[in-house]
Design a protein around this ligand. Sequence first.
Ligand SMILES: C[S@@+](CC[C@H](N)C(=O)[O-])C[C@H]1O[C@@H](n2cnc3c(N)ncnc32)[C@H](O)[C@@H]1O
Length: 197
Amino acid sequence: MNTDTQTEYITALIDLHSGRDRKGPGDSDFSRHILSHLSTLPLKPRIADLGCGSGAGALLLAQHYQSTVMAVDSSSVFIEELAARAKQLGLEHLIIPIQGDMAQLVWSAGSVDLLWSEGAVYHIEFEQGLNLWRPLIANSGIAVISEISWFIDNAPDPAIAYWQNAYPTMGTEAENIARASRAGFSVLSTHRLPSQA
Ligand SMILES: C[S@@+](CC[C@H](N)C(=O)[O-])C[C@H]1O[C@@H](n2cnc3c(N)ncnc32)[C@H](O)[C@@H]1O
């Protein structure tokens, strides 16, 4: 994509998703299910939601842990929506909305206990995102990251052709597990999002 096409694409995506509480695949009940199975985190975990949109994850995490969430998104429109929603829900003291690039975080190593990212890491490519984010995670910290993956090895040609153009590095579940291991993660579990998500 050239720069003009990319700008038009991003503007169209922002228009399409403005005003929606969730801006990608995900499901709040399923997120709570995942949280209920995570190993114990510090009482007030340091949380980051990367590519947070208007806060589908960040607001749920703030409510769940009653702890501060650094919520990063490159779109000022979405960050403003997040700030407004946090206020509406009485969570503004727990949400730190940050307009910025999740690929350029200058946070200290080991400064995040729970790194969360839903439907966003593909923007910077899964493996690159994992490599950039791994150092931020504290000892015994946890990352919960969703990534589009092939469920089968022999997808139909039109699907392969589409994704070859849209996201050439899209991997199978096994490939993505291998990428996470290479980036220094121990993969605790993987889940497929429920179809309604
Ligand atoms: C599919 S949306 C998901 C948003 C949110 N996690 C949700 O589930 O509602 C992907 C988000 O990633 C953000 N994004 C894309 N590239 C980014 C970057 N380099 N840094 C920060 N955010 C980015 C987009 O603005 C968008 O809000």
